[in-house]
Design a protein around this ligand. Structure first.
Ligand code: GBH
Length: 530
């Protein structure tokens, strides 16, 4: 009986599952990187110092193993090899970022670096020659140090400096670059940059929230510039990229603080742009205003928007750019607890604590636990919060501390996350149009140095020419992109522990049959594999 059930299920599933696992027509696959993490060439030609160059010089112990990004993957010299790698995997696009101090050594648009300009021209042209779309992030954390000296993201003028910089890029590359990301992960830039990440200015109370406002204004003004002056000519798309961590209630009764936690993390960087009414998430605005008053301030630490600013920011998107890695559970702070923000441990503002569930798998990064279902749930949250908008997953990937080329853990992470994304697309009708693996190759993982490796390609950092070698995950991802499906012909090669694929099939059963039959099938399948 059990055997019969199993054979029946397997044959039905094969037919159904094959289509279930296909990506929608036109769905795009890509891979990402960022300038400071891969380029090196930190002081070549007329390139100026960024806040990361300066931080590393002044705080060598702030980075794991005193590593630096001075040479990184040496993509400043090896960009042709980078293009070949993306081509080897047969991907649709390469997401990379432009280094502001490389293009504009003064930080301002009065002088454009010839070498900087040529570097990105070569990269863009080289990609296009191989049929790969360049997807360009304008700002991925390497602010010119000179602008930092002038107040960086806490100076309201930075919105205009950023727009001047963006105008240079649209003018130089807009004829060939059709997808732009204004700013990568503003939540990290402000909420971490004004705690411990460079510029590492410790001003959680005020600096962090000034930065929050100005980063939104900078994005909005750049979007409007593109919209009015460049879109008519080039017809591209442009949006901000946010990092979304899925946050769920730790227990019953924590539902409301889970929603509040969203508002205080990604909400402060998304509501003003994507919500119908615009402006700050209202509950957060009230809480911070009240706290500021209690603390004796004459103003709210969360700076107000004028009505004009609300309108300037509202609706400045062509899609929703989402980086997603991990999940948290949330509960109220206990009286004797202090809240650290440095490994995504909570919000001091709301006095809530983030934790993870013990059953979520570890990766090599303290902040990063594996919980694939969180991916589908955060995609649902976006649709619930902002309606049926176009979404591009602009980063998703797996951290390991091993250099091994046989990275089965990364493959298993990618497969299970892609599967959850497919469920979101097919079952929940969420409009995800593209997916980006972080990252093309092992690179400078910020304060974690070269310890955590996210690469589809292994990079030998011992070797001066930074040899790159594809991991098994690169071949797996290439196969997914080529098949346009998670149902790939060479499946078995990528699975070390075969039992995992049974569960992956199993996630599709409940939607094919009723629950009673599902339970019976589940038992049958498990029995078969004991
Ligand atoms: C993204 O940030 C970045 O866009 C990318 O550059 C990065 O390489 C990638 O993800 C992987 O980290 O929290 O104390 O551990 C994701 C959020 C922000 C998490 C920085 C790690 C380091 C400090 N990351 N954070 S800590």
């Amino acid at each position: 009986m059990v055997l019969f059930l199993w054979l029946f299920a397997a044959s039905v599933l094969c037919v159904c599952q094959c289509q279930e696992l296909d990506f929608p027509p036109g769905f795009q696959f890509g891979v990402g990187s960022s300038s400071y993490q891969v380029e090196g060439g930190w002081n070549v030609s007329d390139k100026a110092e960024s806040i990361w160059d300066r931080y590393i010089l002044e705080n060598p112990d702030g980075i794991r193993n005193r590593s630096t990004g001075k040479m990184a993957c040496n993509s400043y010299r090896l960009w042709q090899r980078d293009i070949d790698m993306v081509a080897e995997m047969g991907l649709d696009f390469y997401r990379f970022s432009i280094s502001w101090p490389r293009i504009l050594p003064t930080g301002f648009s009065n002088r454009i670096s010839e070498d900087g300009k040529n570097y990105y021209n070569n990269l863009i042209n080289g990609l296009l020659e191989k049929g790969i779309q360049p997807v360009v992030t304008i700002y991925h954390w390497d602010l010119p140090q000179r602008l930092q000296n002038l107040g960086g993201w806490t100076n309201p003028l930075i919105a205009d400096w950023f727009v001047d910089y963006a105008r240079v890029l649209f003018t130089l590359y807009g004829d060939r670059v059709k997808t732009w990301h204004t700013i990568n992960e503003p939540w990290i830039i402000c909420d971490f940059g004004y705690v411990f990440l460079p510029p590492a200015i410790s001003d959680y109370a005020v600096g962090r929230l000034l930065c929050n406002k100005h980063v939104l204004l900078a994005h909005a003004k750049a979007w409007r510039l593109y919209d009015t002056e460049f879109r008519p000519k080039y017809n591209g798309q442009i949006a901000i990229v946010n990092q979304l961590t899925w946050i769920e209630p730790a227990g019953q009764g924590d539902e409301d603080i889970a929603e509040l936690a969203f508002q205080d993390t990604i909400g402060r960087y998304t509501y003003p742009i994507f919500s119908k009414e615009g402006g700050w998430p209202q509950r957060i605005q009230k809480i911070i205003a009240k706290k500021s008053k209690e603390e004796g301030y004459d103003f709210s630490r969360l700076p107000d928007f004028t009505q004009e600013e609300v309108e300037l920011i509202r609706g400045t998107y062509d899609f929703f750019g989402m980086n997603h890695y991990t999940s948290r559970i949330v509960r109220k702070r206990r009286n004797d607890e202090t809240i650290h923000t440095y490994i995504l441990q909570g919000s001091r503002e709301l006095e809530i604590v983030f934790e993870t569930r013990p059953e979520w798998k570890n990766t090599s990064s303290v902040w990063f636990k594996e919980f694939p279902q969180g991916f589908r749930r955060i995609l649902q949250w976006v649709k619930r919060s902002f309606g049926d908008i176009k979404i591009y997953v602009t980063e998703n990937g797996y951290a390991s501390d091993s250099s091994s080329l046989e990275d089965y853990n990364r493959i298993s992470y990618l497969r299970s996350y892609l599967e959850q994304m497919l469920l979101a697309i097919k079952e929940d009708g969420i409009n995800v149009l593209g997916y980006t693996v972080w990252t093309l190759m092992d690179n400078f993982e910020w304060i974690d140095g070269y310890h955590s490796k996210f690469g589809l390609y292994y990079v030998n950092f011992e070797c001066p020419n930074r040899t790159r070698t594809p991991r098994l995950s690169a071949k797996y991802y290439a196969s997914v992109a080529k098949s346009h499906s998670l149902n790939i012909p060479d499946q078995d090669k990528y699975i070390v522990d075969k039992s995992c694929c049974i569960f992956s099939i199993y996630t599709f059963i409940p939607r094919l049959f009723g629950n009673g039959l599902t339970t019976a099938l589940n038992e049958a399948i498990i029995l078969m594999h004991l």
